[in-house]
Each structure stands twice: as C-alpha cells, then as structure tokens.
Design a protein around this ligand. Structure first.
Ligand code: ATP
Length: 275
C-alpha cells in the first residue's frame, strides 16, 4: 500500500512461472483488484525457457491458472526469441553457468513479452527469502552497484519497463502456507538445472542463519535497504542505448543476451548452427 505500486487503469503483467510465489501473486492480485476495484487490467506472462521435464510441466499449471483466474496468458519461448532452448544451452556449456544465461535471457524475454502485451508494468513473485539471498550474493560478489538497487520494491530506468516485487517482505513459508490453505494449483518442482547455481550457496547459508535467528531474513533486507551507495559507484551504471544487433535496450553497444548468444554460436559445432 505504502509503495503506491499501482494506479487505476494500469495494465499489469504478472510474471507467471507456475510456481507457488507467482501463483499466489496472481491470485492475490485478482482478489484485491476485484474486492477494492483497483481498476487494473491483469495479464499472465510466461517465459518458456525450453527445459524439458520442468518448464513444460509448470506451463501446464499456468494454462490452468489462466482458466481459474480468467486472465489472458501470453507465452514466449527462448527458442522463438533466441533460437536456443535451455536444454540446448546446457548441452553445450554444461550445468555450471547456465543460470547466468537463463537470467539474462529471461529478463529480456519478460520485457519483450510485456511490450507485445502493451503493458507498462511487470510484477514478479520474488519473496523476502529471494531478496535476502540476492543481498548476500551481491555482497559475496562485491557487486555494490546491484546491492544498492536489489532491495527496491520497484525499479524503473528511463526507457525500461517498470518492475515490482510486491512480496518483497513476504516470507517463503507464509506464501507456501497461503497457497496450501487456499488450495491453489501450483507446480512445486525445483529447476533441474539449478542445483549447481551459486545462489544455492547463499540459500543454504541463509537457511542456517534463519535457524539460528528467525529474524535473519528481514534483518538482511533492512541492511540492504540501509546501504548508501556512493555516487561514483552508482555512476558506474551506464546510460541506456539500443543494442546494435537486436535493437533491445542496453547499457552497452551490444546487449548481454547478444554477447552470450555469440559465445554459444561460436562454440557450437558447425553442423548444428542454423537448425
Ligand atoms: N519462466 C518464467 N516466466 C515468467 N515469470 C517467471 C519465470 N520464471 C520466473 N519468473 C518470475 O520471477 C519470479 C522469481 O523467480 P523464481 O525462479 O524464484 O521462480 P520459481 O521458483 O520458478 O517460481 P515462483 O517464484 O513463482 O514460486 C517468479 O515468482 C515469477 O514472477
């Protein structure tokens, strides 16, 4: 409420993975929108990363949510946007850094999906545990510019689509309980390619901290919010321009997705290129 995230008439896309957080988010947004007549137009936006045995199943859940919540659903795939599924990326590079590819691709895919839906705001189901993990990861990586912005409930650059995390203070446990008691239809399997991700270490560490001190998660978020990032560190962020390859907004001449794609194409056996 305090964050004033929405105003009447807003067209809002809910990043829908079929998992508990985004399913609860879609449900709560629908209930509140109807109960308090917020006047929002809500859409489900799903990105199909092309992960067999994981995303194909969770997308079936989102398709059911579409009927249950009576919301239009748009699905966009990495294959149609980039010519690569995550199955193909992992076959090429292995499981070690694949989450980096997936994260960069998803961010751009959500923006492209939002543009095609004509929405100006994307909400995601990131919860308090996710945010605390991200704070820890940014500290561990020394990524101070990101540390300064990762706790914001809402981010928007000059040319970028507004993004919000309405559940930034909701614990994962609360969301699971809510989904359970409301008998919501969600998909609860972890991504098959994420076990080796760096985030997993932050998650395990956070769980240990929480077991020793239950307020650890909210304390880490508050610490992240209280950091003051020096202007010269913030200044490291470059102005937005347009990627010379794909036309997507970027802080460099070539966007991150195109850089990653170029590496993939170069490392890919010749016979497979262009399939
Ligand atoms: N494939 C996707 N399509 C659309 N949105 C996504 C997708 N993957 C993640 N998101 C968005 O990003 C948020 C955080 O992603 P995360 O990887 O933690 O999700 P998850 O564990 O798969 O599912 P959830 O967070 O919904 O329980 C999700 O809540 C959702 O809003």
């Amino acid at each position: 409420m305090d964050a004033q995230l929405f105003k009447a008439g807003d067209r809002v896309a809910i990043g829908a993975s079929g998992g508990k957080d985004s399913t609860v988010l879609a449900y709560v947004m629908k209930v509140l929108n109807e109960r308090y007549q917020y006047g929002l137009e809500l859409f489900l936006l799903s990105i199909d990363e092309g992960i067999t045995g994981y995303r194909d199943d969770s997308l079936e859940t989102v398709k059911r949510n579409k009927e249950q919540y009576q919301m239009p659903l748009k699905i966009l795939s990495y294959e149609e946007l980039y010519g690569w599924t995550m199955d193909a990326v992992v076959a090429q590079i292995g499981k070690k850094n694949n989450c980096t590819f997936c994260g960069v691709f998803r961010r751009q895919a959500l923006d492209r999906g939002a543009m095609s839906l004509g929405v100006d705001h994307i909400v995601t189901g990131h919860n308090a545990d996710d945010i605390a993990e991200t704070v820890l990861m940014n500290i561990m990586r020394g990524d101070i510019a990101r540390l300064g912005r990762c706790t914001a409930i809402c981010t928007q650059g000059e040319d970028t689509i507004k993004r919000s995390k309405p559940f930034k203070y909701a614990y994962e446990k609360e969301i699971v309980m809510y989904a359970y008691f409301k008998k919501l239809d969600y998909f609860s399997t972890e991504c098959i390619y994420s076990p080796d991700a760096y985030r997993g270490h932050a998650r395990a560490f956070l769980k240990d901290l929480e077991a020793a001190r239950p307020s650890a998660i909210i304390d880490i978020i508050h610490s992240g919010e209280a950091f003051e990032v020096r202007e010269e560190v913030k200044a490291g962020q470059k102005a937005q321009q347009t990627c010379v390859r794909c036309g997507y907004m970027s802080s460099n001449a070539v966007c991150k997705a195109c850089v990653l794609l170029e590496g993939l194409e170069r490392g890919r056996p010749k016979a497979e290129i262009g399939d």
